[in-house]
Design a protein around this ligand. Structure first.
Ligand SMILES: [Zn+2]
Length: 75
């Protein structure tokens, strides 16, 4: 189970930074998270919660998606 973007986590302003936001739980900037579940810390409550209900990190699928080695669509 995967979502294209993980952006439904609670966010808060970075202190003193008008246009920057961070995850309420792991305090990682939203620009660093970049809509990815693995952008959150492994201990992040949001990430843990989603992983628990079956959502996957991109990191797990990224390794089995090589750019050119897969010849499945070769015809
Ligand atoms: Zn987080």
């Amino acid at each position: 189970m995967k979502k294209p973007y993980y952006i439904d986590f609670p966010q808060e302003h970075l202190e003193g930074q008008m246009h920057k936001y961070q995850c309420v739980y792991c305090k990682v900037e939203t620009t660093a998270i970049n809509g990815k579940l693995e952008g959150h810390l492994p201990t992040c409550e949001y990430r843990v919660k989603l992983e628990k209900v079956g959502y996957e990190c991109d990191a797990k699928t990224a390794s089995k998606a090589p750019v050119s080695a897969d010849a499945d669509d070769f015809d």
